[in-house]
Design a binder for this molecule. Sequence first.
Ligand code: SAM
Length: 289
Amino acid sequence: MDLIASPSKTKEILSKYPFVFRKKYGQNFLIDSHVLNKIIKGAQITEEDCVLEIGPGIGSLTQVLSFQAKKVIAVEIDDQLIPILNDTLGQYDNIKIIHGDILKIDLKKLIEEENSNQPIKVVANLPYYITTPIIMELLESKLPVKSITIMVQKEVAQRLAASPGSKDYGAISVAVQYYSKPCLLANVPHNCFIPRPNVDSAVIHLEVLNEPTVSVKDEALFFKIIKAAFSQRRKTLINSLYNQNVISISKEEMASILSRVGLDENIRGEVLSIDEFAKLSDALSEYLK
Ligand code: SAM
């Protein structure tokens, strides 16, 4: 069986169609079967699984997913790719190709219809421009999603998995780690794609948690604090919260609340763990009552 992802097969397929790469859709197709295997292995796909693939391209990853999974639903935005996908994947009866924009599709309805609302696994070589919106949509909407295994820009993967105090740690790290447990699987050099992107990529696996990592009394306040804490990285947490008007409270009162939850008044937001953000958020929420 010919793998679509082999460089010669990919070139053969593309030469048969008047296909033009669309940069705006982040089209860099995988041509390395070792990387495909790492994604499949990391996603832990079994024959019970229904997989949602975002952006199948010419079907390189889709084909291999279909070997492992019960069903693959692949959503592709580019109309040029639909006839190509029908050609490359037509012989596999467990693949459903949907022409649409993943950011506009009603994912709740899709999962209801295609998998009787049972949890799915998301796998994708993501176009860079939709990385953050789609990850946050999948996590925040509390959709039935077991895990998300994605290829993203290397720097983005490092940010998603970053620990408190590191240079990559930011609001997105805390948000993702609130809903899931990230694990970096592999770095992928730019020569594994056609055309070659300007940056290196990495595969990251997010195990979606049944319950958030920490429980907080007021989720909206928790996220407001996180946003403010990282908005001015060189400022102390007190100054960031104060400048961003997170709550109307004097700096002195803020210092006393910080000390009550065991934090120094000069601490900077970027060193707080998710647990510490939760404690602070609960203390501020108590104060507001
Ligand atoms: N999965 C293929 C592979 O690994 O070779 C292609 C990956 S390529 C990085 C990203 C794919 O996502 C392209 O096929 C692109 O057209 C598609 N895409 C971009 N934006 C999309 C969107 N909003 N919804 C669905 N697909 C999208």
